[in-house]
Design a protein around this ligand. Structure first.
Ligand code: ATP
Ligand code: MG
Length: 438
């Protein structure tokens, strides 16, 4: 059933793009100027990726074979294929609207409405496919069917669907992110290397938490949490509001007391250590809501992150952070409060990195950011992961977090209710329904 995994991944990317388009449509309705270049890129991406690659593959394999096995599937497949066929025409209509949009505010509003109609259809299509076609396919298709479908979806030499095409689409997607309006996109930034090479020793547990409890007064917020993070691993902690994610990170950092259980870091029992001593051990956190010091300059915010570090390494580290986030270098003398939300998040991550973490705790780095910016923040996390950083990532954006995590834990009212690899959790029906909004 690899095909279903690939399709759901495509869906999630498209969903993010659709949400971004909605956001831009809203800005246009508010009178914001229209950037034709951005929209040309988006339309071209949709045409090449959705209409010429994603849909034909579904039609030719999953849908065709499912029709043979299940009469029940006919109605929904008819609808979805009609929508597939309508795709190019809908895009053409959008392009016509775009050409008109420059002429008057009324035409611009018409364009915004057309954009929204397009995304409504796209989102409805994705939802219907996941809700109705996936379960039918799982039920009706036999092993040989899946072998044939998966082979087609995993055919890396397919010029329209294979590895090369996918890499092209990924790059295209990032380009769209960098083209998105200032309030939505990052305005293009590159990521350089940051830390020293670390050699991940696979099975070595860096953090071991056992039956951890923590209370606010008489209310128990953590109810006996056990969790492990191995060296070099990225572990995601997901769960809805109030599940206890922030409390858990704060208890690890030592700013929130624990009432039972134990925390071992690199073999040492750190449960009773002061928080500054835990920072010295290499546990560095970016707090929920970023919490940069608004009146202080960007550079000083970064320097604060290095307060436990020997002075002679600070300048060098600062340059590394600036290489990673050029926008911070440009604005280094400005108060941090002048940065956009996405930039403040980069600053918060940069500040944590200045402490030379051995384990980075990230509390909802994507919170409050527009969808394409979320993507860029996750790219930063991916880069750090690729460089060997050990990361504990707390997120409400469960999809993105699980997609890059080696393993994940699902938290509900202070308890771990599910754990598995990132992929296992992503494919878990319960997780998809509760946290992925699909
Ligand atoms: N300072 C506090 N005083 C009392 N109760 C608190 C406090 N902070 C959190 N809580 C409670 O502890 C529980 C866990 O909250 P926590 O902030 O850790 O959840 P979370 O998973 O991080 O949620 P969110 O996704 O909203 O950030 C919630 O029931 C919350 O109401
Ligand atoms: Mg929280």
């Amino acid at each position: 059933m690899e095909a279903l995994r690939i399709i759901s991944q495509d869906h999630s990317n498209l969903w993010r793009l659709a949400t971004t388009i909605d956001h831009v449509a809203e800005e246009i309705e508010g009178g914001a100027p229209i950037d034709p270049f951005f929209f040309h890129s988006v339309f071209e991406y949709l045409e090449q990726f959705v209409d010429q690659s994603h849909h034909p593959k579904e039609d030719d394999y999953l849908f065709r074979i499912l029709r043979m096995r299940s009469t029940e599937a006919a109605d929904i497949l008819d609808r979805l294929q009609t929508e597939h066929d309508a795709g190019p025409g809908n895009l053409k209509a959008l392009r016509d609207h775009l050409a008109e949009a420059a002429k008057s505010q009324a035409a611009a509003s018409g364009f915004a409405v057309a954009l929204r109609n397009y995304t409504t259809v796209l989102k409805g299509h994705i939802r219907a496919e996941e809700k109705h076609v996936f379960p039918l396919a799982r039920q009706a298709l036999c092993t040989e069917d899946w072998a044939e479908i998966d082979r087609a979806f995993l055919d890396n030499d397919d010029p329209l669907f294979g590895e090369k095409a996918k890499a092209g689409f990924r790059e295209f997607y990032h380009r769209i992110a960098s083209l998105a309006p200032e309030s939505i996109g990052m305005g293009g930034q590159s990521i350089g290397r940051l830390q020293k090479e670390t050699v991940p020793t696979k099975a070595e547990v860096l953090l071991r938490v056992n039956q951890l409890e923590s209370c606010y007064g008489r209310i128990k917020a953590l109810n006996g949490i056990s969790l492990e993070v191995r060296r070099g691993e990225t572990v995601a902690l997901v769960g809805s509001n109030g599940a206890g994610k922030t409390t858990f990170l704060r208890t690890l950092s030592g700013v929130q007391p624990m009432s039972a259980g134990s925390i071992h870091f690199d073999g040492e029992d750190i449960g009773k250590l002061r928080s500054d001593l835990r920072v010295r051990r290499g546990i560095c956190q970016t707090p929920e809501g970023r919490q940069v010091f608004g009146p202080l300059s960007i550079e000083d915010n970064l320097r604060l992150g290095a307060y436990t570090q020997p002075k002679n390494q600070v300048e060098g580290d600062l340059e590394k952070i600036f290489a990673m986030f050029p926008v911070l270098k440009e604005k280094r003398r400005l108060p941090a409060g002048t940065l956009s939300g996405g930039q403040q998040q980069m600053l918060a991550i940069g500040r944590a990195l200045m402490g030379r973490p051995r384990m980075l705790l990230l509390d909802e780095p994507s919170m409050g950011l527009a969808p394409l910016l979320v993507e860029e923040v996750f790219n930063v996390v991916k880069t750090l992961k690729a460089e060997g950083m050990t990361i504990l990532l707390v997120e409400q954006n469960a999809f993105a977090a699980l997609a890059i995590a080696d393993r994940g834990y699902v938290l509900e009212t202070g308890n771990v209710i599910l754990t598995g690899t990132g992929q296992e959790l992503l494919n878990n029906e319960q997780v998809r329904a509760a946290y992925l909004g699909m």
